[in-house]
Ligand binder design. Structure first.
Ligand SMILES: [Zn+2]
Length: 278
């Protein structure tokens, strides 16, 4: 069998049988793949300290012999362990959420090198501990755009009110449409948990227009980063129609209040009942 090589980031690792490991990765050339590392639990040379969550690897692999089969991981060279992500609870919890979002929004063997670069950027930024909630919001926003769910953040989707930080108007990202709605169009007291201040919307809007290498210049307040993170999670719950397992731990770290239920976050019935186009 021909062996090939690619760069990949480890998303998940589980033990398999007596001595093997099943590894889910996001690779630059193949997208998300699942591979088997034979003898990885006992190997002292080929895999020790390499097949760990978040690690950036140079993989030597063989393609599956059957459709939807497992890749065979022959060897792995460690390019970056991102060790700080595994030794600090806040950063570990944050990175685990990014990995889970990557798994949920991608399909097997559907490569997008932009997603690989985005995940690599996010893990490297987290290792520098550059405001973890900000990294979550920026990663999530760019991930949504890459998979076709870019939120529309230029104005209220109903009255077209522009986003100005001095207006006093607040907004909500409507989960059903990915558009904004302002407080004038719908005073949603019961949906306070997903409110976005004008500064938060401006932060997200800027993040959509910046190049990846410019994103670290954005310096939102902790409140703005947390608001953005919560709103994008609510939008994602609606898109996926299923819970994200690592979310409650992330929310407890950064949002600093009790976690609203998934139903409350994605419920659009009250918006529809007031004649909103959403
Ligand atoms: Zn409006």
């Amino acid at each position: 069998m021909i062996q090939r090589s690619t760069c990949a980031i480890v998303l998940r690792v589980v033990d398999y049988a007596e001595s093997d490991k099943l590894v889910t990765l996001y690779s630059r050339d193949l997208g998300r793949i699942t591979g088997i590392a034979k003898g990885a639990k006992k190997s002292k040379r080929r895999f020790v300290n390499k097949l760990e969550e978040f690690s950036l690897l140079q993989l030597l692999y063989q393609t599956p012999r059957i459709e939807n089969g497992l890749f065979f991981i022959a060897e792995a060279e460690l390019l970056n362990a991102y060790l700080a992500l595994r030794t600090d609870y806040r950063r570990y919890t944050t990175a685990a959420y990014l990995n889970e979002l990557t798994v949920r929004f991608t399909r097997e063997a559907d490569p997008d090198s932009r997603l690989f670069t985005l995940l690599q950027w996010a893990l490297a930024s987290l290792e520098r501990n550059d405001n973890p909630a900000k990294i979550i919001a920026l990663f999530h926003l760019r991930l949504l755009a890459a998979v076709g769910y870019r939120p529309e953040l230029s104005a209220c989707g109903s009255c077209r009110l522009a986003i100005t930080t001095g207006s006093g108007h607040h907004f909500r990202l409507v989960p059903g449409s990915g558009a904004l709605i302002c407080t004038s169009c719908h005073p949603w007291r019961e949906l306070e948990s997903t409110r976005l201040s004008p500064r938060t919307v401006a932060f997200l809007s800027n993040a959509q227009s910046f190049a990846l290498h410019q994103l670290n210049r954005l310096q939102p307040s902790r409140q703005a980063a947390a608001e953005a993170m919560v709103a994008l999670h609510a939008y994602t719950l609606h898109l996926l129609q299923q819970d994200i397992q690592s979310w409650p731990a992330v929310y407890a770290l950064y949002a600093n209040k009790s976690c609203p239920t998934a139903q409350a976050l994605t419920d659009t019935s009250s918006l529809q009942s007031c004649g909103s186009p959403f």
